[in-house]
Design a protein around this ligand. Structure first.
Ligand code: EPU
Length: 422
């Protein structure tokens, strides 16, 4: 297992480019199953999660090959199995995205239930509901979701969940509906740009979908889809993480590919904290100065403040000049980073779904442990600001979502290295 060793307290300065979006790319790889032939994705980030999805597709019989540094070719003409095994799905919940495409094209799927998640329960009821409403029989057997559908027939389906729309269930239903008979109307669909990107890819494959970016998607089924070539959007969560690296070190960081529109609620919160962000060089530039002001943030589905930026933003607010409040509207328990930040000297009181952050003047280096991807990113950010040496352990979590993290931070002037641990 590797760890990061960070010598903190350096001001970061310079420019980095945002990688391709992990969360847009994962369902797109599954979407390649919908068409016979070779689909090519460009701007694919090189990440552990992408390799896991490649392994799931290979387990189904597909050919998956890197044909360039960030280009993947997926040949779905050789798919001859319909089982996504526990060993892969337990590593990554997003493997569930093969469910819709398999049922749509092969009329049968067995996908392991993903199991627990570090930041609380993440149910799959909406995924199952979506397929059942289209006419599939869906049973849970031996830890697997077993779906069968001699025919899929479109209808009006409401996908509201307790915390608003589900991105994963919207993706699964969208993909299944592309090959269903008639018209499927998805009510309370996810509106995230990653969902819009998936719609654009499916459209390039010949699907008929209207309403992308709104809460109602209308899918008119077609007989078959064809393979496509598609360029994945940039990763806005990664982009914002580097902007925060600028903020937490009082630095000056530009991220090429950061999208001002996607990041509006994030930059609005930064503005409230007196941190200036402006459009620059095909992206955003942040000029930081510490301490930042305290803010109140509530996470919500798009166009709200992204939950995937909550841990990293919490890291910044540990150094605010007062008391900040975070309300986690998607995952009430997504605060595994809080006790680890406390080890660096932060003062964070958690009463789910709320965290109160009383800003401190300084953080100090210590040993901390990443428990999941974004919590890990938060600890790296805090380590960049902390005086002395911070060791972030279990960074395989961070490798799931950040390509070349240490190279990018080093190019901005950070002292961070990856060290193999016994
Ligand atoms: N939900 C249900 N039932 C379901 C599905 C979801 O109640 O069947 C609930 C969830 O428990 C949650 C809410 O609905 O409270 C939203 O979950 P969603 O299904 O939208 O999440 P997801 O598709 O599993 C994606 C991202 C996550 C991100 C969430 C929320 C991917 C691969 N993952 O997950 O990203 O946190 O949306 O925005 O797109 C990350 O990148 O670090 C990450 C965890």
């Amino acid at each position: 297992m590797d760890k990061y060793v960070i010598d903190g307290g350096r001001r970061l300065e310079g420019a980095v480019a945002a990688q391709g979006s992990k969360n847009a790319c994962l369902p797109m790889m599954a979407a390649a199953l919908l068409a016979e032939g070779v689909t090519t994705l460009r701007n694919v980030p090189r990440l552990a999660d992408i390799e896991t999805m490649a392994a799931v597709l290979r387990a189904l019989g597909a050919g998956v090959e890197w044909i360039g540094p960030h280009e993947v070719a997926i040949d779905a003409s050789t798919v001859d199995k319909h089982v996504a095994p526990y060993d892969l799905v337990r590593r990554m919940r997003a493997s569930l995205a093969v469910l819709g495409p398999l049922v749509a094209r092969f009329r049968r799927a067995e996908v392991s239930l993903p199991g627990g998640c570090a930041f609380g329960p993440r149910p799959v009821d909406l995924h199952l509901k979506a397929l059942r409403e289209l006419g599939a029989t869906v049973e849970l057997e031996g830890g697997y979701i077993v779906a069968e559908a001699p025919a899929l027939v479109g209808k009006r389906i409401n996908l509201s969940g307790p915390a608003g729309p589900s991105r994963g269930a919207t993706a699964n239903l969208l993909m299944a509906a592309t090959l269903a008979e008639g018209v499927t109307v998805i009510e309370d669909a996810a509106r995230e740009p990653e969902t819009v990107d998936l719609v654009n890819m499916l459209t390039a494959m010949g699907a008929r979908i209207e309403g992308a970016g709104s809460a109602e998607l209308v899918v008119t089924g077609v007989e078959e889809l064809r393979p496509a070539e598609y360029e994945v959007m940039r990763d806005q969560i990664e982009a914002a993480t580097y902007l925060l690296a600028g903020a937490i070190t009082g630095g000056d960081v530009t991220v090429e590919g950061a999208d001002p529109e996607y990041l509006t609620p994030f930059t609005a919160a930064l503005a409230e904290a007196d941190v200036a962000v402006e459009p620059a060089a095909g992206g955003l530039r942040l000029r930081g100065e510490l301490p930042v002001g305290p803010v109140e943030v509530r996470t919500a589905p798009y166009p709200g403040f992204p939950t995937d930026l909550q841990p990293q933003t919490t890291a910044l607010l540990t150094l605010a000049s007062g008391r900040s409040v975070i309300v986690e509207g998607i995952y009430p328990d997504r605060y595994n980073h809080a006790p680890e930040l406390a080890r660096l000297g932060a003062n964070v009181e958690v009463t789910p779904p709320t965290a109160i952050i009383n800003g401190v003047h300084k953080l100090y280096g210590a040993y901390v442990m990443a428990s999941d991807l974004r919590a890990g990113a938060a600890l790296v950010l805090a380590g960049l600001a902390a005086g002395g040496e911070t060791n972030v352990r279990r960074i395989y979590h961070i490798d799931r979502g950040y390509e070349d993290l240490e190279e990018k931070l080093t190019s901005l002037g950070a002292a961070i290295r990856r060290v193999a641990e016994e």
